[in-house]
Design a protein around this ligand. Structure first.
Ligand code: CA
Length: 219
């Protein structure tokens, strides 16, 4: 899962970016409204975290124009403006949720998870597919009820493949979902991760769709 963070305050941006990276998300961080628009044009993100008071272009304006262009991403506004009018105008401009700074990081994580699951049409907090159960909140994965030990990137890859399941993703798409701009990624990195996951989940759980990519399958 890859998130775009738009925040002009260095300390807040760094702390949010680091915290979300530790939660196994790939995070790209930009510091003004224009850079946010350029990044959004890439269309690789799963969620937008948007500050309102921004240089070059205000967050609310970025959001309005993004929705006018039919941008579908879940948007979580993070801002110090706690006036009721700002919350209302943020939500009415197309935001899905709102957090007022300073906030607790655990609350941020929970809201991000809630928005991501709603965006993929899932209401259940835990993903179950075949014999595999993945808990996005606790980062636990079970196979037949047995807890598996996965690396952070193995976990991210599995979550991307499972949410929603049976969607075919190319190696390039998987790489985009797993790694932010700051990462130099070797060409076979995702294939190595798939190989490791297959060892842990069984060879057939992740299928190769010839010429297209990979998907999870139990049929
Ligand atoms: Ca700001």
């Amino acid at each position: 899962m890859r998130l775009l963070l738009v925040e002009d305050d260095s300390m807040i941006g760094e702390s949010i970016s680091e915290a979300l990276t530790n939660q196994s998300y790939a995070v790209d961080w930009v510091r003004d409204g224009r850079s946010a628009e350029l990044a959004l044009a890439n269309d690789v993100y799963d969620l937008l975290l948007l500050d309102l008071g921004l240089p070059k272009k205000q967050g609310l304006q970025v959001l309005r124009e993004y929705r006018q262009r039919s941008g579908m991403l879940p948007v979580l506004i993070i801002t110090a403006r706690d006036a009721m009018a700002d919350k209302v105008s943020g939500l009415d401009a197309g935001a899905d949720d709102y957090l007022v700074k300073p906030f607790d990081l655990d609350e941020l994580f929970a809201r991000v998870r809630a928005l991501l699951r709603r965006h993929t049409g899932r209401a259940q907090p835990v993903i179950t597919y075949g014999q595999v159960t993945l808990n996005p909140a606790s980062h636990e994965v079970f196979l037949d009820g047995q807890l598996l030990s996965l690396s952070a990137h193995e976990f991210s890859l599995l979550l991307t493949l499972l949410d929603p399941p049976e969607r075919v993703l190319s190696l390039a798409e998987l790489e985009e979902k797993l790694y932010s701009w700051d990462h130099e990624v070797a060409s076979n990195t995702v294939e190595v991760l798939i190989h490791r996951l297959r060892k842990k989940l069984g060879n057939d759980f992740i299928r190769n769709v010839r010429g297209i990519g990979y998907k999870v399958s139990i049929s």
